[in-house]
Write a protein that binds this ligand. Structure first.
Ligand code: NAD
Ligand code: GLY
Length: 365
């Protein structure tokens, strides 16, 4: 069993990140110490494919489990799902020394993380991410939360897990669109802070798209080491450092909502990165050749780089006003100042972002 392992050292918790191949059915061996009972939270897609292996992997180490299966999809990232999980935990008499195991993509991770952080004022949490996006981003760093109809992730907490265990072989069954959407977050690390990684991704494009497990393991590890470095410096996004991870997300979140979540998070972030890089060019902070490189690189991996024509651009500004980064009507976002270099800057009033509408498909707002 080939494993990579490193610790994330935050002020609130130090925890291991373990990345490997075919490790789900041996997962109990990888969890240190006693975790009590395992309360698995997953969705109806993942449960069909991998749930038996996970349960077996825990059972073989003597860990008793109970499972709750939620409906898959962003539209279920709601307070209603949170309530379903509270009821489940309460009915099963879960205690603080038991462990909630978030088994799925970013949606399951965000809901389960929120529940773990609030049920009985906090129970143990282990993330077992199964999408590329969750493996390279959402499982590490402690952001949890759910959406309200008024906006994405408007309710949430910071709550670090006790461990993150990523089996890259689960990515084999991930639909192509979800895999490619996850690549947007991978490319993001290259763009905002790791120029060498950016070049590595371009150079290995074909093998990445073939999901070569050795290469994917290496990419997940590099992405997460980048993320861990930022989270260790600024766990709660208070020091102006962690916000750079939100590059592309201000516009991206608005696109997700405007499309009624028919555009995947990572895909929306790809378009958002292009639009936010365009803002940097307009501000005179970024050379337009880098914007072109970004567009070319995202397209290489099959990511769309244009706001779909059916999205009402004025509606995007309305949605962005709800963004957590707006203060007194002004928006402070990560501005790309070079490949691998980002600074936080006030850009403008959210009413005046001049987002570019492009012809594309016909998603409606
Ligand atoms: P997702 O969780 O909806 O998963 C995408 C789809 O893939 C789902 O239908 C799921 O059932 C299916 N799936 C998952 N694993 C699979 C597998 N191995 N094989 C086959 N199908 C599989 O989407 P996502 O892209 O993982 O996550 C998006 C969410 O993550 C958004 O809500 C976003 O806000 C959140 N997010 C959170 C953070 C954070 O720091 N907390 C960071 C980035 C994104
Ligand atoms: N995905 C952005 C963050 O974790 O801060």
């Amino acid at each position: 069993m080939t494993l990579s392992r490193f610790n994330v050292r935050t002020d609130s918790k130090v925890y291991p990140v373990i990345i490997g191949q075919d490790i789900i059915d041996r997962i109990g061996d990888l969890i240190d110490g006693s975790i009590g009972r395992g309360f698995i939270v997953t969705d109806n897609v993942i449960s069909e494919i991998y749930l038996d292996s996970l349960i077996q992997g825990l059972k073989s180490s003597g860990i008793e489990t109970v499972t709750k299966v939620l409906q898959a999809g962003e539209s279920f990232k709601t307070l209603e799902s949170v309530k379903v999980l509270y009821d489940f935990l309460a009915n099963e008499l879960a205690s603080r020394s038991d462990t909630l195991i978030a088994f799925g993509g970013g949606v399951i991770g965000d809901i389960a993380g929120f529940v773990a952080s609030t049920f009985k004022r906090g129970m143990n949490l282990v993330h077992v991410p199964t999408t590329l996006l969750a493996q390279v981003d959402s499982a590490v760093g402690g952001k949890t939360g759910v959406n309200l109809s008024e906006g994405k992730n408007l309710v949430g907490t910071f709550y670090q897990p006790n461990a993150v265990i990523a089996d890259v072989c689960t990515l084999k069954s991930l639909p192509l669109d979800d895999f490619v959407a996850g690549l947007a977050e991978v490319i993001k690390y290259g763009v905002i802070m790791d120029h060498e990684f950016f070049q590595f991704l371009i150079d290995n494009k074909d093998e990445i798209l073939l999901r070569n497990p050795e290469l994917i393991s290496a990419i997940v590890e590099r992405a997460l080491r980048n993320k861990a470095q930022i989270v260790e410096e600024d766990e709660r996004e208070e020091k102006g450092r962690r916000e750079i991870l939100n590059f592309g997300h201000t516009v991206g979140h608005a696109i997700e909502i405007c499309s009624n979540h028919t555009i995947l998070h990572g895909q929306a972030v790809a378009i958002g990165m292009v639009e936010e890089a365009r803002i940097a060019v307009r501000m005179g902070k970024l050379d337009s050749s880098i914007l072109e490189t970004l567009i070319y690189s995202l397209s290489l991996f099959g990511l769309s780089t244009k706001i779909p024509s059916g999205i009402d651009v004025s509606q995007l500004s309305v949605i962005m006003k709800q963004d957590k980064k707006v203060r007194n009507g002004q928006l402070t976002i990560p501005i790309l100042v070079g490949l691998g270099k980002t600074r936080m800057m006030v850009v403008d009033s959210v009413n005046n972002l001049n987002l570019v509408r492009r012809n594309g498909d016909d998603k409606q707002c």
